[in-house]
Design a protein around this ligand. Structure first.
Ligand code: C2E
Ligand code: MG
Ligand code: MG
Ligand code: MG
Length: 279
C-alpha cells in the first residue's frame, strides 16, 4: 500500500511530467496567439501524373512561430484537434486555399490545377461544415471542381449516414474527396464503397519500404487493385526514389506526390518551379 502511494507521489511530482504539462499549456496559449496574429502559412507540394506532369498540389499547414521558426503540423496539430482550435485554423486553411484556387483559375497555365486540402475529423464533423465551404467558394470565386478535400478514415467512422449526406452535399457542388493515409485505418470495404470518394491516397508508410518489404509491396498493389475495382483514382504519397515510382507505375498508379517530384514550398517557389516544368 505504502509503496503504491509512494510511487503515485513520485509520479505526481515528476519534474518531467510537470514540464510536459507546462509545455502543453504554453503551446496552447501560443496557438491561440498564432490564430490572432496570423502566424500560419500554407506550403504547397506538387502532385504529378504518370508522365510527371503537375496536376495539382496539396496545401500543407506551417506555423511561423515567433521564437521556434517554421513548424510542421506534427508538433501542434494534435493539440489543435484536442482543444478545438483546429476549427478556426482549418477555416483559415480552407479560405486561403480557395483564394489560391481562384487565382490559379485566372491564368491559362494554372487553371487546370487541383488543390487538395486536409480536413481534420473534428472540422469535418461540424454541422456547419458544408455551408462554410459553400460560402467560401462563393466569397473567393474558387472553382469547386478544382478543390479536393482530404479526409482520413477517422473522419468517417462516426455516424455513417450524416457523413455520407455531408459528403454528397459537397460533391453536388463539384468538390472531390480523397481518402488520406489509406491502409492505416479500419474502415470496412462495404462502407468505403458507399462513400462518394474520388481518390485513395496510399499512405507513405507503405511507399517508404515498398522495395524492401514484401508486405508493403503487397499492400500497395492491393490498394491499386482496389481503386481500380471501385473506380477510384489512386495517388501514392511519400515517393522519394525512382525505384518506388517505377514500381508503382508498373502497378497502375496514376498520380504521385513526394520529395522525388518536389517538397512542400511557399507559393512563389511552387509557381516558379511550375513555370520551369512547363518550359
Ligand atoms: P498528410 O496529409 O498525409 O501529408 C503528407 C505529409 O508527408 C506532409 O507532412 C508532407 O510534407 C510529407 N511528405 C510528402 N512527401 C514526402 C516524402 O517524399 N517523404 C517524406 N518523408 N515525407 C513526405 P507535413 O506537411 O508535416 O504534414 C503532416 C500531416 O499534418 C499531414 O499528413 C496532415 O495529416 C496534417 N496536416 C497538414 N496540413 C494540414 C491542414 O491544413 N489541416 C489539417 N487538419 N491537417 C494538416
Ligand atoms: Mg493529406
Ligand atoms: Mg497522407
Ligand atoms: Mg500522413
Amino acid at each position: 500500500q505504502a509503496k503504491a502511494a509512494g510511487r503515485n507521489a513520485i509520479c505526481f511530482f515528476d519534474p518531467a511530467m510537470q514540464a510536459a504539462v507546462t509545455e502543453r499549456a504554453t503551446l496552447h496559449a501560443d496557438l491561440r496567439e498564432a490564430i490572432r496574429s496570423r502566424q500560419f502559412e500554407l506550403h504547397y507540394q506538387v502532385q504529378v501524373d504518370t508522365r510527371r506532369r503537375p496536376v495539382g498540389a496539396e496545401a500543407l499547414l506551417r506555423w511561423r512561430h515567433p521564437h521556434k521558426g517554421l513548424l510542421a503540423p506534427g508538433g501542434f496539430i494534435e493539440l489543435a484537434e484536442e482543444t478545438g482550435l483546429i476549427v478556426p485554423i482549418g477555416h483559415w486553411v480552407l479560405e486561403t486555399a480557395c483564394r489560391q484556387l481562384a487565382r490559379w483559375a485566372q491564368r491559362a497555365q494554372t487553371a487546370h490545377l487541383r488543390l487538395a486540402v486536409n480536413v481534420s475529423a473534428r472540422q469535418f464533423r461540424q454541422p456547419s461544415f458544408a455551408d462554410e465551404v459553400r460560402a467560401l467558394l462563393e466569397s473567393t470565386g474558387a472553382p469547386a471542381e478544382r478543390l479536393k478535400l482530404e479526409l482520413t478514415e477517422s473522419s468517417l467512422i462516426e455516424d455513417a449516414e450524416a457523413v455520407i449526406e455531408r459528403m454528397q452535399a459537397l460533391r453536388a457542388l463539384g468538390i472531390r474527396f480523397a481518402l488520406d493515409d489509406f491502409g492505416t485505418g479500419y474502415s470496412s470495404l462495404a462502407y468505403l464503397k458507399r462513400l462518394p470518394l474520388t481518390q485513395l491516397k496510399i499512405d507513405q508508410s507503405f511507399v517508404r519500404d515498398v522495395m524492401s518489404d514484401p508486405n508493403d509491396a503487397t499492400i500497395a498493389r492491393t490498394i491499386l487493385a482496389l481503386g481500380s475495382n471501385l473506380g477510384l483514382a489512386v495517388i501514392a504519397e511519400g515517393v522519394e526514389t525512382e525505384e518506388q515510382y517505377d514500381f508503382l507505375a508498373a502497378q497502375g498508379c496514376r498520380d504521385y506526390q513526394g520529395y522525388l517530384f518536389g517538397r512542400p514550398v511557399p507559393m512563389e517557389v511552387f509557381e516558379a518551379a511550375l513555370a520551369q516544368a512547363q518550359g
